[in-house]
Design a protein around this ligand. Structure first.
Ligand code: UTP
Length: 474
C-alpha cells in the first residue's frame, strides 16, 4: 500500500510534500489526511479539460436554446384555482411532517467582506437580527402554523463550521429544538496553478476551498443527512441560500406544485428586470431544463423580445429550489454514473507557499479553484417544475458591501415588504414612489410572515400601536 506522499509523487504532485520532513508528527498526519481526501484522477481530468484545454462550445450550446416553461403567478395570467390547489397540497405535506428546510451556508462571502459566517450578519432594519435568526424564526413560525416540527439542515464548510455551530449554541437555537437543527460540512477541492500543480497554503497545509453550492448534494449524502431524513419521513427538501432574508423558507404553494407534478427538482424564477441583469436564466435544450449563466447567454438571446415586448429569455434564477430526497440521494451518492454535476473553473487570488517556503500574497489571480453549482442538477431531474414568484416577496440577497444587493438595498426591501403588508391590512402609512416607508420598523415572523398572517395578527390586536420609527411588531 502506497503512502499518500508516494502516490502524490507518482502523479507529479510531489510538491505537496516538499516540506514534509520538517513537519511534526501531528502535522504529518494532518497533511496525509488532507491528501487522502483528494481524488488525483478526478483532479487530473479537471485540469486537463478546464485548465489546459479550456473553451467549449458555448456558442453552439446557445444555438439550440429555448426559454423554459414556467407556471405564472395569477397576477401574470396564471390560474388562481391551480395555485390554491398547490397551496392545499403543500399544506397537507407540511401537516404530515414531510418537509425539511435546507440552507447552504458554506461559502466564503468574500464580496461582503464581513468577518464571520455570513449567516451571523445582522440584516433586519431595527433589531439587526442575523440572517440565521430570520430563517430560524420563519421556520419556527411555519412549524407552529402546521403543527409539525420542520427540521433544518445547514451546510457549512471547514472555514465557518465551528463558528456557525457556536453562534446557534450561544443563541439557544433561536427557539428551535436543538435536535431539529443539523449542521454538516461540505467537501473541499484543492487550488492549482497554471500547470495544474496543487498549491500549499502552509508547510503542512494544502490550499483547499469549498467545492461550491453544488457540493451540497454529495455532502447531504456523505454526512448521513439523507438517511436521517428518510428515517424521519422527510421527502421534500426546501433549499435556499444564506444571503437572502426575504426568502419564504417554507412556501406551501411551491411545495404543492413540486408534489403535484411529481417533480424531482422544482425552482422559482422571477422575470428578469432588464436584459443585462446578472442572473442565470432557465432555458430548455433537447427536452431538458437547465440554467444558463448570464455570462454564457449571448447578448442577442438575452436581449430578444416577444411580440408583446417582453424578454423572451426572462426566467431569472434566484437560487430557491425544492429537491425530492430520492433525487438528492441519486445524484449525491454518485451511483448514477450518467448524472454527475460538472465542475466549473474560477480564476482567483490564492495565497501560496513558493518553492522556498515563503508565503506569497498575489495581487492578481494566480490559481484555479473548482466548484460545482447546484442548478446543474436541473437537466438530470425528472419532471422539473419552474414557478414564477414575486421578487419583492422572495428575493433580496446581501452579496456586496455596498451598491446593488447590499445590506442597504436588502433593508429597504424588507421595509417595503412590511409597508405593503401594513397597507393591505388597512394601516395608513406614508411611502415614497418605490413603496419605501419614511420610518424604520420591523415585523417579526411570529407576528406575520406573509400578508394574510400579518393582517390576522393586526386585526387581533386590541390595542393597535401607531407605526412609528423603531416599532417592532412581535
Ligand atoms: P455565492 O455564490 O454568493 O458565494 O454563494 P459566497 O461564497 O457566499 O460569496 P462570495 O462570492 O465569496 O462573495 C451563494 C450561496 O451558496 C453558498 C453560500 O454560502 C451562499 O449561501 N455556498 C457557496 C456554499 O454553501 N458553498 C460554496 O462552496 C459556495
Amino acid at each position: 500500500m502506497k503512502t499518500p506522499r508516494e502516490h502524490f509523487e507518482e502523479n507529479d504532485q510531489g510538491q505537496v510534500f516538499a516540506f514534509y520532513d520538517s513537519l511534526s508528527d501531528e502535522e504529518k498526519v494532518n497533511l496525509d489526511q488532507q491528501a487522502a481526501e483528494i481524488d488525483l484522477n478526478e483532479l487530473d481530468r479537471l485540469v486537463d479539460t478546464l485548465v489546459r484545454h479550456p473553451g467549449g462550445g458555448n456558442e453552439s450550446i446557445a444555438d439550440s436554446l429555448e426559454p423554459a416553461d414556467c407556471i405564472p403567478l395569477p397576477r401574470s395570467g396564471g390560474h388562481q384555482a391551480l395555485w390554491e390547489e398547490a397551496t392545499e397540497k403543500g399544506e397537507a405535506a407540511l401537516r404530515a411532517g414531510r418537509v425539511a428546510a435546507f440552507t447552504v451556508a458554506g461559502g466564503q462571502g468574500t464580496r461582503l467582506g464581513y468577518d464571520g459566517p455570513k449567516g451571523t450578519f445582522g440584516v433586519t432594519p431595527v433589531l439587526q437580527k442575523s440572517l440565521f435568526q430570520v430563517f430560524a424564526e420563519k421556520i419556527l413560525a411555519s412549524s407552529r402554523a402546521y403543527g409539525k416540527p420542520i427540521p433544518w439542515y445547514i451546510l457549512t464548510s471547514i472555514i465557518n463550521h465551528e463558528a456557525t455551530v457556536a453562534f446557534f449554541e450561544e443563541n439557544e437555537y433561536f427557539g428551535l429544538p436543538s435536535d431539529k437543527v443539523h449542521f454538516f460540512s461540505q467537501g473541499l477541492m484543492p487550488a492549482v496553478d497554471d500547470d495544474g500543480k496543487i498549491l500549499l497554503s502552509g508547510r503542512g497545509q494544502i490550499a483547499l476551498s469549498p467545492d461550491g453550492h453544488g457540493g451540497a448534494l454529495r455532502a447531504l449524502v456523505r454526512s448521513g443527512s439523507i438517511r436521517e431524513m428518510e428515517a424521519d419521513g422527510i421527502d421534500v427538501i426546501s433549499y435556499f441560500q444564506v444571503d437572502n432574508p426575504l426568502v419564504r423558507c417554507i412556501d406551501p404553494a411551491f411545495i404543492g406544485f413540486h408534489l403535484l407534478h411529481d417533480s424531482e427538482l422544482s425552482s422559482k424564477m422571477v422575470p428578469k428586470a432588464y436584459a443585462e441583469e446578472k442572473v442565470g436564466v432557465f432555458c430548455q435544450q433537447g427536452g431538458k431544463s437547465l440554467v444558463v449563466e448570464y455570462s454564457d447567454l449571448p447578448d442577442r438571446l438575452a436581449g430578444e423580445t416577444t411580440d408583446d415586448g417582453e424578454l423572451r429569455f426572462r426566467a431569472g434564477s434566484i437560487a430557491i429550489h425544492i429537491f425530492s430526497r430520492s433525487f438528492v440521494d441519486r445524484l449525491g451518492s454518485g451511483i448514477d454514473e450518467s448524472a454527475k454535476l460538472p465542475f466549473h473553473l474560477a480564476n482567483k487570488k490564492v495565497p501560496f507557499l513558493d518553492a522556498s517556503g515563503s508565503l506569497q500574497e498575489p495581487t492578481d489571480p494566480n490559481a484555479y479553484k473548482f466548484e460545482m453549482f447546484v442548478f446543474d442538477a436541473l437537466p438530470f431531474a425528472k419532471n422539473p417544475v419552474i414557478i414564477e414568484t414575486a421578487r419583492e416577496d422572495d428575493f433580496s440577497p446581501v452579496k456586496n458591501a455596498d451598491g446593488v444587493d447590499s445590506p442597504q438595498t436588502c433593508r429597504d426591501d424588507q421595509l417595503r415588504q412590511y409597508a405593503r403588508w401594513a397597507k393591505a391590512a388597512g394601516i395608513d402609512l406614508a411611502t415614497d414612489e418605490t413603496g419605501l416607508p419614511g420610518i424604520s420598523f420591523e415585523v417579526s415572523p411570529f407576528f406575520g410572515d406573509n400578508e394574510d398572517r400579518f393582517a390576522a395578527s393586526w386585526d387581533a390586536l386590541t390595542h393597535k400601536p401607531e407605526l412609528t420609527d423603531g416599532l417592532v411588531l412581535v
